[in-house]
Design a protein around this ligand. Structure first.
Ligand code: ADP
Ligand code: MG
Length: 459
C-alpha cells in the first residue's frame, strides 16, 4: 500500500475524530464515538469498528449520518460509511485483499514495526516551537529522545505527557520516535494511539492471536501510547495494557504515554494502572501564551514560504487562542487564499478569509465598548468625547488609538468601526489606523503606551 495514502487516511480519521468531538460534545464523544476504530477504506467505503453490537446499532441509528457527512467533507471520494463489530471485522479482513488497514501489517518506510501506526514527517523537534508553556515537556521529550539505551534516569520511565487538545502531545511523541530511530536505528520504537492498541488487541482476539500480539508488543525497546484516556473503561484491554506496561518496564524498555489529563485524573482507569502511569516522569503542556502563538505563526509562515505582516501575526496570535491546531488551520487558510488570489496578506484580507472563525471567537472576546472605555479612562477623556466630532488634539489621538485597537483586537470591518465611533466614514478609520501605525514606529514612548493598553485589554 502506498505510504502516503496510508498516512493521509490516518490523518483524515484523526481530524474527523476531532470534529466529532467538537461538534457532538465531550460526553457523547466519550461515551459512544471515541470507541470507534478505523479499519480502512475499501471501494470508496469507510469501514469503522465498534466494540459491541449494541454500540454499533446505537451509533448507526444516531450518528452514522453525521459521521458520513464529516467524512465526505474531509474526503470527497467517500460514498458510504459502514460500521461493524469485531466478528464481522474478521470476515471483512479475510474476504478482502485490497483493504487499507489502519493497523496494517504492510511495512512502511516510516514504521519499521509491524504493529505501530505511521509517523508524521512534519512532527520533528526542529519544527516544534518552545516557550514557557511547553518547555518542560519539550526538555523531558528531548531527554528521552536522545536515544540512550533506556533513559539513564530511571524515574523517567514511564514518561507521561499531558495537556489539552491540539497543544502538541502527538507532535512531541512523533519527534521522540524520529529522534530515537535516527540516533539508534536498531532500537525498535512502536507508536500507537490508544485506539490503535485496542484495535490490535481486539483484532488479535478475533484471530485468536493474542499471544503473538503480546510477544510483539513486549519485545519493543520503546512503546508509545498516545491519548491513553481513550483506553479508559475498557476492562480487558486495560488489563492487557497493564501487563504489557509492567513487563516492558521490568525489562528496561522505555514507555511513553500521552493523555489529555494528569494520571490522577484518569478516573476510569483502575487504581493500579493509574498509579503506575504516574510513577515516572510526569510533564504537562500548558495552554499557549501570546508569545508562543506568535512564535508558531512565524515558524509556520517560514515553512509555508509566505510573508505574514507583523500586524497580522499579532492579530492572529491575539484572536486564535484555543489551540495550536486551530491556529495552524487559520494560517493555512490565509496562505491558501493569498496563493489563490495572488495578493499579499493584509489584516483586511485575513479578517475576511477567517470571518466565520473569528465570529465565533468574538463571542467570547473583547467588545468595542470595552476598548472605548479603557482608552477613554487611560487618556482621561469622556466616552462622549470619543464619539463626538471634536477635533481637539487631546481627543483626536485617543479616538484614533481606540479605532486602531478595535481594528487590531476585533473582527469589525472599517465601516462598522466608523459607525461605532459616532457615525464616521470608513476612510477616517483607515486614516486613524495608519496614523497610529506610523506613530508607533516613530515614537517609542507612544508605542509603549499603545502596547500597554493592548496588553491590558487582552488580559
Ligand atoms: P495534541 O496531540 O496535543 O492534540 P498535536 O500534537 O496533534 O496536538 O498538535 C496539533 C498541531 O499543532 C500539530 O500540527 C502540531 O504540529 C502543531 N503544534 C502544536 N504545538 C506546536 C509547537 N509548540 N510548535 C509547532 N507546532 C505545534
Ligand atoms: Mg494527539
Amino acid at each position: 500500500m502506498n505510504n502516503s495514502i496510508k498516512d493521509s487516511i490516518d490523518i483524515q480519521w484523526s481530524r474527523i475524530r476531532n470534529q466529532l468531538r467538537n461538534e457532538c460534545g465531550e460526553v457523547v464523544f466519550k461515551n459512544w464515538l471515541s470507541s470507534l476504530t478505523l479499519i480502512g477504506i475499501r471501494d470508496r467505503q469507510v469501514c469503522l469498528c465498534a466494540p459491541t453490537r449494541f454500540m454499533r446499532d446505537w451509533i448507526i441509528t444516531h450518528y452514522k449520518k453525521y459521521i458520513y457527512t464529516i467524512w465526505v467533507r474531509e474526503n470527497g471520494t467517500i460514498d458510504d460509511v459502514e460500521i461493524t463489530i469485531p466478528q464481522a471485522t474478521e470476515n471483512l479482513q479475510i474476504s478482502s485483499n485490497n483493504i487499507t488497514t489502519t493497523a496494517a501489517t504492510v511495512d512502511r518506510e516510516c514504521t519499521n514495526e509491524k504493529i505501530g501506526s505511521a509517523l508524521d514527517h512534519r512532527y520533528t523537534f526542529d519544527n516544534f516551537v518552545v516557550d514557557k508553556p511547553n518547555e518542560f515537556a519539550y526538555a523531558a521529550a528531548r531527554h528521552i529522545g536522545v536515544g540512550s539505551a533506556v533513559s539513564t534516569i530511571s524515574s523517567s520511565n514511564p514518561l507521561f505527557l499531558y495537556g489539552g487538545v491540539g497543544l502538541g502531545k502527538t507532535h512531541l511523541l512523533h519527534a521522540m520516535a524520529w529522534n530515537i530511530r535516527e540516533c539508534n536505528p536498531n532500537r525498535s520504537v512502536v507508536y500507537l494511539s490508544a485506539e490503535g492498541f485496542m484495535y490490535n488487541f481486539v483484532r488479535a482476539l478475533c484471530f485468536k492471536d493474542t499471544l503473538a500480539f503480546k510477544k510483539q508488543l513486549r519485545s519493543v525497546d520503546v512503546l508509545m501510547i498516545d491519548d491513553v484516556q481513550f483506553m479508559s473503561g475498557k476492562g480487558s484491554t486495560q488489563e492487557e495494557f497493564f501487563h504489557t506496561f509492567n513487563s516492558l518496564i521490568d525489562h528496561g524498555s522505555q514507555v511513553i504515554i500521552s493523555a489529555d489529563r494528569s494520571p490522577s485524573s484518569l478516573k476510569s482507569m483502575n487504581d493500579r494502572l493509574r498509579s503506575r502511569l504516574g510513577g515516572g516522569l510526569v510533564a504537562d503542556i500548558q495552554a499557549t501564551t501570546y508569545e508562543l502563538r506568535l512564535g508558531i505563526i512565524d515558524a509556520k509562515a517560514e515553512q509555508l514560504g509566505i510573508k505574514i505582516p507583523r500586524n497580522v501575526s499579532e492579530f492572529l496570535a491575539y484572536k486564535i487562542t484555543s489551540n495550536v491546531r486551530e491556529l495552524e488551520g487559520a494560517i493555512n487558510r490565509v496562505s491558501a487564499h493569498t496563493q489563490f488570489v495572488g495578493s499579499n496578506i493584509t489584516l483586511e484580507s485575513t479578517q475576511e478569509v477567517l470571518r466565520d472563525l473569528l465570529q465565533s471567537t468574538d463571542d467570547r472576546r473583547i467588545t468595542i465598548e470595552e476598548i472605548q472605555k479603557k482608552v477613554a479612562s487611560h487618556f482621561n477623556v469622556s466616552l462622549t468625547d470619543l464619539y463626538s466630532s471634536r477635533r481637539a488634539r487631546q481627543v483626536v489621538r485617543p479616538r484614533q488609538i481606540a479605532m486602531y485597537l478595535t481594528k487590531q483586537l476585533t473582527s469589525y470591518s472599517l465601516p462598522e468601526i466608523g459607525r461605532k465611533f459616532g457615525g464616521r466614514d470608513h476612510t477616517t478609520v483607515m486614516y486613524a489606523v495608519k496614523k497610529v501605525e506610523e506613530l508607533r514606529v516613530a515614537d517609542s514612548s507612544f508605542d509603549e503606551d499603545v502596547e500597554l493598553l493592548k496588553r491590558v485589554l487582552e488580559t
